[in-house]
Design a protein around this ligand. Sequence first.
Ligand SMILES: Cc1cc2nc3c(=O)[nH]c(=O)nc-3n(C[C@H](O)[C@H](O)[C@H](O)COP(=O)(O)OP(=O)(O)OC[C@H]3O[C@@H](n4cnc5c(N)ncnc54)[C@H](O)[C@@H]3O)c2cc1C
Length: 401
Amino acid sequence: MHVVIVGAGPTGFVLSLVLARAGIEVTLLDKESSIDLRPRAAHLAPAGIRVLKRAGILDDVRRAGFTPDNFTWRKRGGEPIVSYKDIGQKENPEHWTVLPLNLLGPIMLSHAEKNSNISVKFGHRVISTGQDGTAAWAVIQANDGTEKKVVADFLVGCDGGTSQVRKSIFGPRNFPGKTWDVQLVATNIRYPFEKYGYDDMNTIVHPDDAHVAARITKDGLWRVSYNEDTKLTHEEVVKNCPVKFERMLPGNPKPGEYTLVDINPYKQHQRCVEKMRVGRICVAADAAHLCNPWGGLGLTGGFADIAGLAECLEGIHSGQADHSILDKWDEVRRDIYQSYINPISTANFIRVAQLDLDRALEDPFFSMVLKSNTDPEVKKKLDESVYAVCHDFTQYYKAKA
Ligand SMILES: Cc1cc2nc3c(=O)[nH]c(=O)nc-3n(C[C@H](O)[C@H](O)[C@H](O)COP(=O)(O)OP(=O)(O)OC[C@H]3O[C@@H](n4cnc5c(N)ncnc54)[C@H](O)[C@@H]3O)c2cc1C
């Protein structure tokens, strides 16, 4: 079997590695000349860790990253509201790992380059896709402007929120859902948050200055992400950043008291396609569904998508499943988005800006987090809830039926 995967982002790479390890030939195409190094996902939850292990890269990921300690929600200025102790689940073999995508990318690339079943092609922009009863294909435009067709048994779009694969199936504007009227500004900075008693993960709840402050590397780089008016241009966002930092961060630092390493604004959406499988073409992860990043469910859900898709394609390849298993994948994955990822990420988004701070612990989620500090059963339930995005598709194999 040969699979074309569009998009050498985290999900495209990991799907390639898992399929290649099952003996499936993969061509991985990306429009850029190298890996995307912008500040985005950094927190890899247990559901994602599970598929990184199947991809054969977990040991390297663990070496490069670290396991976070606590996640504390705070008031502006730093006063704690409630703490999720040991969110990293140090005792769980699938414990969390913090590793930003710009450090994860080179690990994935070096493993892919060593696997003879994978052919990675940067500088290959997919401009359309097609299929018939026996094959699926991508029409690609190389950097020199030439066009060619790559034909395979299946094609998977892991090409992110602006997916060309999705557009080629459903049209340029058909991505049901909504866009929030605030943009998220993601920054990487060096600043001594530890001095102010911050844990590895912190969310500051505030109507105007809600933000995340999380350590993302072993050597003390921090991610600070905050909401900003959508009307501001990129230049205005950069110009306003020192004003926001001085008002929001503990110690009210002025420029020169921190180092701004990177800054990038993102639109925030809640969107999901009507179908994740059409014949021999599938769309997965951000190409298929988007959620705001408050709570880090984007890549977690994407990794769960491709873990399931790999099981389906491996089942077809080995003769243990027929093509109808892909309809099951489509049905289950969209249901998990609609029943879990979309409502939870929406609740996270609303909580950080709209919570009544005088009655914060009446919030059902905060009340559960507080109970988990003293009740091991509640802590266990909370820890296990991060697996809600997973689904085992081998249960639909013919041999098991
Ligand atoms: C600030 C921020 C913080 C986040 N933090 C977290 C977090 O902590 N945990 C978490 O789970 N999620 C987080 N997310 C979400 C996470 O970053 C995304 O869900 C994830 O990157 C999606 O991965 P992907 O592989 O689907 O797509 P992408 O990472 O977007 O990769 C898509 C790839 O496709 C390529 N491509 C696009 N179009 C074409 C084309 N036409 N032809 C060929 N190639 C193409 C692109 O070049 C790119 O390499 C965060 C997001 C943001 C913005």
